[in-house]
Design a protein around this ligand. Sequence first.
Ligand code: ZN
Length: 481
Amino acid sequence: MNYETVIGLEVHVELKTEAKVFCGCAARFGSEPNTHVCPGCLGMPGALPVLNKKAVELCIKAGLALQCRIAPFSRFDRKQYFYPDLPQAYQITQDDLPLCTGGKLKIVNPGGEERIIRINRIHLEEEAGRTYHSGIGATGYSLLDFNRSGLALIEIVTEPDLRSPAEARIFLEKLQEILRYVEVSDCKMEEGSFRCDANISVHPAGSQEFGRRMELKNLNSFKAIQAALAYEENRLGSLLAAGTPPVQEESRGWDETRGMTFFMRPKEKASDYRYFPDPDLPPLVIAEEWVEKIREDLPELPEEKKNRYMKEYGLSAQDADLLGGSRETAEFFEATLRLYPGEAKTVANWVMGEFARLLNLEKLTPAQSKLKPEALAAMLQMIDAGEISGKIAKTVFEEMFYSGKSPREIVEEKGLVQISDESQLAALVRGILAKHPGPVADYRAGKTKALGFLVGQVMKETKGKANPGLVNKLLREELEK
Ligand SMILES: [Zn+2]
């Protein structure tokens, strides 16, 4: 029997705010434990929440980037449960009236098919603290760090529109790309600022009814998400095939080392949390003008950018995708292009080639690099003017990358100027021909391949500095005399 898989995602994203969402404590990752705390985010009696406007703005920004409707009226609720890292014993979140609803994100699945994944909602909430468990049983203990307690968080909930683990992964990568683009979050999975729970069910193909849902928790890499979903897809398929479908909805964890999911607890229902409107916070009323202002300030989104690169610069879809995928890369590419009047494809090749290679090697982003668009543009102009060869340019580029010097400085310091002096090269060419009578005879006998060898010899002699076009021309002239 054939089965169909249905996947929906809940993505938690920490917002890039200076302060926490309901108090003035600094929102910083990696500080000493419990150094960014106050009575508010420690849940002391009597402390009152004050909403951070920047957090609301970033939530709206995320909503607009994902084509959501922004609610003019929304509300904060208390979600009540006990956990040691939740000092108030409730989390302030949004239940029935979220800030953003009804968005969508387009992906292209592994089969090359375009798919629209609907976003059910995006709501604003606060982060819990962090528990560090050490040891087990009576000998173990746990440590609590409340620096994270009260950080501004959004939860993005998709409709169950994804149909395979691979689609889920592609969606998440795309979502991360967009949220970074609009600077809502740094979306670092390894630091926990981008986290995902996945709901999955499997049913016989053609059936109108979805299977029982399993919620996979604590998936902390794209690889883990795809692997856990694939495992669960298989497990649920086997249960159906054996005629023993799951009897309840479950929350399940992912065991990375064993490569399998495991039962944690039956899935809790919304009613278990006894949501009710937070009496300490007034309803959130958003002026339309503010939303429009945020919309106007949104940067060009990756999708629009890629289309423009293809149309305006004639780049291939793949190149446009690579360049447009990260905002910093796109900005570097465009800034260089503004200074360099030549082909966009030439700039694209350097940015995607040598630049990407060195950035990767040094684990830097384009903005962190010492190499600036001005330097790349100047170097490309020197190539065009015949001052340096393409081969030498690679050396110059690497030197610019590490030292931040201008290409002219480097070329002068290292004596890398291309030899384009015809009489100097002609003498060199004659010398090489005299040294290699064999290939010369070959060439004259019609084996034109010998020319490549001779060009190579001249380049070697000049350490790559000879103008290759000129060397070719001079060699031919001499050989055909
Ligand atoms: Zn605080």
